[in-house]
Each structure stands twice: as C-alpha cells, then as structure tokens.
Design a protein around this ligand. Structure first.
Ligand code: BTN
Length: 324
C-alpha cells in the first residue's frame, strides 16, 4: 500500500513510542518502505524535535517512552461533560492556522491538537517553538453572538481556565501575567494566542490557541525568555490526554458562562493569581512606555495602572516588573 509520508511517519512514531529498540529493517517492513527511506523519515522526525537516536546493529529508539495524544482517550474524558469535536493530528504548521482557515465550517467548541507544529505562532508575530510530543498545542473554535465587543477579556478567561485545569492535576501555584501568560516561579509555562475574526455588531468568531510546555527537550535554545515545563514542576510524567481533556471541559464551561455574564464573575480568581498585583510595572506598547502600580484588571480585561492616585485602564502592550 502506498502511503503519504505523514502517514508513514505516524506509523513509525507509534511503533517507536514504547521506547524499545526497532531495527531499520523491521520498521521498513512494518510501514512498507526501504531501510534508507526509514532513515530519511527518522531524520525528518528528529528535525521536528522527536528525540530519536540510532545505535549501530540495534536500530532506532526514542530517548524515553512517549505517551502519544489519543483522540479516543481525550473524548472518553470529556464525553460525560461536553460534546466538543476533537481532532488530533501528528504534525501541522499551526493548530491556530488550521482552525482559522476553517472557522466558518467548524462546529462550536471544535478542538485541534497536534504533536508538533512546524510554524507555531506566538503573540506579537513571535514563533512558538513546538517540538514533537513535548507540549500541548491546541486550538479551539468559538463563535460569539454578541460581536466583537462581547469578546473583551476573552484571553484572560482562557488563562484562568488553564490555571483551573492545572490545579486539577495538582499544580496549584501558577500565576497569570497580564494579558495572558501562565507563569510558575517567574518562568513561563503556557501561552495563549486568541485570534478574532468578525465585525462589530455581527457575530465574532475566535480561535483560541493554547501552548503548554510539558516536557521540552533539554536543548531548546530558541526560546527567548525564561520558561519552565510541567514535568520539571511535578517531577513525574504528565498525561497530556488527561490535561487536554480537562482544559477542553473547563474552558467550554467557562466560555458558556462568559457569553452570558462577561468577565466579571472571574475577576476575583484573576486577582488571586495575578503575578504583578500591587507591584510597580512598566507597560510597553510599541515605542510607548508608561509605568504605574498594577491594580489588576477591570471587567473588559484592561490592565489598571495607578499613577499617583489616578487609575487608568490599558488594553494593549506587555508588562514587566519595575525594580527599584
Ligand atoms: C504566546 O505566548 O506568545 C502565545 C503562544 C500560543 C501558542 C499556541 S500553540 C497552539 C496554537 N497554535 C499556534 O500556532 N499558536 C498557539
């Protein structure tokens, strides 16, 4: 049978996932290609971050066994509580791009998850480094009937949803950095990229992209800020299917409440987790830099800065703490 390269590579990964040695010959027989074709596929997989090594005479092995993302396991977990459609893919350019391009045709709450992204996107045009099997890369489609204005604060809501889900797997000390980063011990654990399509007054559709560092390879040197992964925090393997399922259920429930009540009911939770509450911060937006005492957020998710008793609300930019 003639398969597409991506299908062949998925089969190879499944065969290698248990961490045992497999000879090139055996792998070739299993997937119906030559040994040299196997070598080429393995090279591709190594390039996208899969930690495979080869030993002469023994074949190929993963550095550690890998629990792959599994659509059925995720559906089992969320089945009781919501009816999201979930698609798991192996390698994709970006789950956000995938969902964005199909937004008009996707059902409410559709989720795409990938093992690796070749063009993972972060906020402000940055790259989101996305090695194979090392993180959660997921995007959800959600359409709001209230139009663009009804989405104010959405990305902050997503941060709270991630925090709640992490707490359910025992990670309780995460913080939220305005507008939408999840931090642990002053290092970034997760990022959120919300992309909105639609116009004022009509409906607005959003792609909610979430990246959570789970077990990054030691040699990720392309990340340009302090970061941490979940395995370093918990010191034990993390079940990505379980965490993804929890996030889908939690976020779906919160989105339904947010559509009716807005961000207001979630403000106390944000305040509890606010990384910089009552700290002097800089807010940078383009070439503009202002400073003030961070006073949390308002009901539309704007950052409140107190400058000599005058509190102003800010919708865009990046904050950093101002050291005396
Ligand atoms: C950031 O902090 O800069 C946001 C990072 C968002 C990354 C996620 S991974 C899944 C989804 N697909 C993407 O290309 N980006 C988001």
């Amino acid at each position: 049978m003639r398969r597409k390269p991506a299908q062949t590579r998925s089969l190879l990964i499944k065969q290698l996932a248990n961490g045992e040695f497999n000879s090139g010959e055996l792998l070739g027989e299993l997937v119906g290609v030559s040994r040299s074709a196997v070598a080429n596929h393995i090279k591709y997989l190594t390039n996208i971050g899969l930690d495979v090594f080869s030993v002469k005479g023994r074949g190929y092995r993963l550095a550690a066994p890998l629990l792959l993302l599994d659509q059925n396991k995720i559906l089992d977990l969320i089945g009781q509580e919501s009816n999201n459609i979930v698609e798991v893919v192996s390698v994709i350019d970006s789950t956000n791009t995938y969902v964005k391009e199909r937004l008009d045709d996707l059902p409410q709450g559709f989720v795409c998850l990938a093992e690796a992204q070749t063009h993972g996107r972060g906020r402000r045009g940055k790259t989101w480094v996305s090695p194979f099997g090392s993180s959660i890369y997921m995007s959800m489609a959600w359409t709001f009937s209230g139009g663009y204005q009804s989405i104010a604060g959405l990305s902050l809501l997503v941060g709270i949803a991630i925090n709640r889900s992490l707490a359910q797997v025992g990670v309780v000390d995460c913080k939220l950095k305005w507008p939408n980063d999840v931090y642990y011990n002053l290092k970034k654990l997760a990022g959120i990229l919300v992309e909105v399509e639609g116009q004022v007054g009509s409906h607005a559709s959003a792609v909610i992209g979430i990246g959570i560092n789970i077990d990054l390879p030691i040699c990720v040197d392309e990340i340009d800020q302090p970061f941490v992964d979940l395995v370093s925090i918990t010191q034990k393997p993390v079940n990505r299917n379980e965490l993804a399922g929890l996030i889908i259920v939690t976020l779906t429930k919160m989105l339904k409440q947010f559509e009716v009540e807005g961000l207001a009911p979630f403000l106390p939770e944000w305040k509890d987790a606010d990384l910089f509450y009552n700290e002097y911060v800089y807010l940078e937006s383009g070439s503009n830099r202002i400073q003030g005492l961070s006073k949390g957020i308002n009901e539309s998710g704007a950052l409140l800065l107190d400058n000599g008793g005058k509190v102003t609300a800010h919708h865009g930019g990046e904050i950093s703490v101002r050291r005396a």
